[in-house]
Design a protein around this ligand. Structure first.
Ligand SMILES: [Zn+2]
Length: 75
């Protein structure tokens, strides 16, 4: 049986990988795509999903359209 600490860190890992995938998808966006809402297809912690992203200079806001998780990457 998986203990609390293992499941905690596995969840953090999954989330970090998903955030990295979102970040990578934004690696080559153009300047004019900052401060606009658009969608990318990435491997999220819930599986393959479309994710809305709103890149700002200070970080990237995102919301997964599959599981509904939302947050900020970077900052
Ligand atoms: Zn998701």
């Amino acid at each position: 049986m998986i203990n609390d600490e293992e499941s905690f860190f596995l969840a953090i890992d999954r989330n970090s990988l998903a955030e990295q995938a979102i970040f990578d998808a934004l690696a080559d966006i153009d300047d004019e795509e900052y401060y606009t809402l658009f969608e990318v297809e990435v491997e999220h912690s819930c599986g393959q999903a479309r994710v809305q992203v709103y890149p700002e200079r200070s970080g990237t806001l995102y919301r997964c359209l599959n599981c509904g998780m939302a947050g900020i990457i970077g900052g």
